[in-house]
Design a binder for this molecule. Structure first.
Ligand code: ZN
Ligand code: ZN
Length: 194
């Protein structure tokens, strides 16, 4: 059985019309209108959606779960992604590399934190550190410039990353610039004076 579209006036089969709608326009014409409308009202539509999402987070989540977890939509999105990669390889690549960069940074951060956690042996008190600072003449042990206590960083003479301990014997007051200059180097480039 054929039906005539009120817009393009072509005779089309039933499955080229949305069955749930009263409109007499075929899917193609209807979607074209919707697209045009969307393009003309994009900002407004996005604002509306954002507002709705903020106002009904639970509902949105439920709908999303219901929709995205069906086999049909999984297939649909996989297909959509494949098409996107095929048709717009540059954009797909840009998205990938942004994601990789972000992941890489996260990974590095995690690794550093892990090392710090696992190589830190020992502890000291803030009074002990204050004594160290006084013993150093209230100066940075590397550049010997006067150093206020509040600006003194707790430098590990032998860096933790190279197996240094977190006991007071391995701690020296350093100014921020010497500490960051030293970093994880311990090759006599900066020898503490005390
Ligand atoms: Zn039509
Ligand atoms: Zn210094």
């Amino acid at each position: 059985m054929k039906r005539k579209c009120s817009k393009c006036e072509l005779e089309k089969s039933e499955d080229e019309f949305y069955q749930t709608e009263r409109t007499q326009r075929c899917k193609e014409c209807r979607n074209a209108t919707a697209r045009l409308w969307y393009r003309a009202n994009r900002e407004k539509r996005i604002a509306q959606t954002t507002e709705y999402h903020k106002a009904h987070p639970e509902q949105v989540k439920a709908t999303r779960d219901r929709f995205y977890k069906t086999d049909h939509s999984k297939r649909y999105f996989a297909e959509w992604q494949r098409r996107f990669r095929r048709e717009q390889p540059e954009r797909a690549q840009a998205i990938d590399s942004r994601r990789n960069q972000k992941e890489g940074r996260k990974q590095q951060f995690r690794l550093k934190a892990y090392r710090r956690r696992n190589q830190t042996v020992g502890s000291f008190t803030s009074e002990q550190f204050k004594m160290k600072w006084e013993m150093a003449g209230e100066c940075c042990v590397y550049c010997n410039e006067p150093l206020a206590f509040k600006d003194a960083t707790r430098d590990h003479k032998k860096p933790l990353i190279l197996g240094g301990l977190n006991f007071i014997a391995n701690i020296a007051p350093a100014c921020r610039s010497c500490n960051s200059r030293k970093g994880a180097k311990y090759e006599n480039s900066l020898v503490p004076s005390t």
